[in-house]
Design a protein around this ligand. Structure first.
Ligand SMILES: [Zn+2]
Length: 318
């Protein structure tokens, strides 16, 4: 490893072409230092998740001042189509097969528009040693970093990122094939270490979330030896299993969480989480109870809900 001052370059990369002939492209930043590993960073697979891009801008400013060993490649907005439509998913008009950008990795150069876009990005990932895929959740989701189940390096990097919660895939007995389609799973199949920070607050730039994102990436680069500064000891962390503790609305109506129920709470199966009321007749349509024991990591706040919609996510504890 050799730490050297950073040489920065920017390039546009064509990902796919729209029916009109317009190109879908992304802006790729490269920060090159001395000899060392390559880290690939990206944000905004989902168009309403803004804090990853805000974090990468903060990281950009500090990398220009830093001495770096290796190369950082950063794509702040990978899914411009969803971003420009202020939409979580990609507009159906351009890809009706699978509107979720994060379900088509590693892509297909002869496939749908998104599969082609992802296949082009995958060429950047294929040359990387480590991948950081930045997301953000709803305002009522515990900030956490996901790591690849059973992968020690991924877990170590997720931990040094510095969030209070880590999350991983369900128990190792589940076959890997069930997880394919996300970048995290595709990277795991390819033997590439990846982590997925889920910062707070979709739909708005949260200055603290952006700062935590930039700090977290610097911690990861420090742990890899790419930056000189060693990361601080992570806080005491809770490890959660994403084991499908999904609480859904059986009936449509207005959902009100029970008083005092909040993300981060530990619950037992059957505990009361809230009520779905009928907005017109005022009747109680559903008493909503925890479907599993664990930690509430996401919770719909006071809102109109449609039957089948997710009201809360419960994760198991390690
Ligand atoms: Zn996302």
């Amino acid at each position: 490893m050799e730490h050297e001052s950073v040489s920065h370059s920017v390039a546009e990369r064509a990902l796919a072409r729209l029916p009109s002939g317009s190109e879908v492209s992304v802006t790729v930043h490269r920060y090159e230092g001395g000899a060392g590993p390559t880290a690939y960073l990206q944000a905004a697979q989902h168009g309403i998740e803004l804090n990853g891009a805000a974090a990468l801008r903060r990281l950009h400013d500090s990398l220009l001042e830093a001495e770096l060993a290796g190369t950082v490649v950063a794509v702040p907005v990978v899914n411009s189509l969803a971003f420009d439509h202020d939409s979580y998913v990609t507009p159906q008009a351009v890809d009706a097969v699978n509107p979720n950008f994060n379900r088509v990795w590693p892509g297909d150069g002869d496939g749908t528009l998104q599969e082609r876009a992802v296949a082009s990005l995958w060429e950047l990932i294929a040359t990387a040693d480590v991948v950081v895929d930045l997301h953000s959740g709803t305002a009522d989701m515990l900030e956490h970093v996901r790591f690849q189940g059973g992968e020690r390096d991924s877990r170590r990097l997720a931990s040094v990122f510095g969030a209070d919660y880590l999350m991983t895939d369900p128990g190792p007995e589940r076959p890997l094939e069930e997880y394919t389609g996300t970048l995290r799973a595709a990277a795991r199949l390819a033997g590439t270490t990846a982590i997925v920070p889920e910062l707070s607050n979709s739909r708005q730039v949260d200055l603290e979330a952006a700062r935590r994102g930039a700090d977290g990436i610097r911690n990861v680069l420090g742990e890899l030896g790419m930056l000189r500064a060693e990361p601080p000891d992570p806080p005491s962390q809770t490890v959660l299993y994403d084991d499908g503790g999904r609480v859904g609305a059986d009936r449509s109506g207005l959902f009100e969480p029970a008083p005092g129920v909040a993300v981060g709470d530990r619950v037992a199966e059957g505990d009361e989480l809230g009520t779905v009321y009928s907005p017109d007749t005022f009747e109680r349509r559903q008493s909503v109870a925890a479907t599993a024991s664990g930690v509430i990591y996401s919770l719909t706040r006071e809102s109109a809900v449609t039957a089948g919609e997710k009201l809360a996510g419960i994760a198991g504890l390690e």
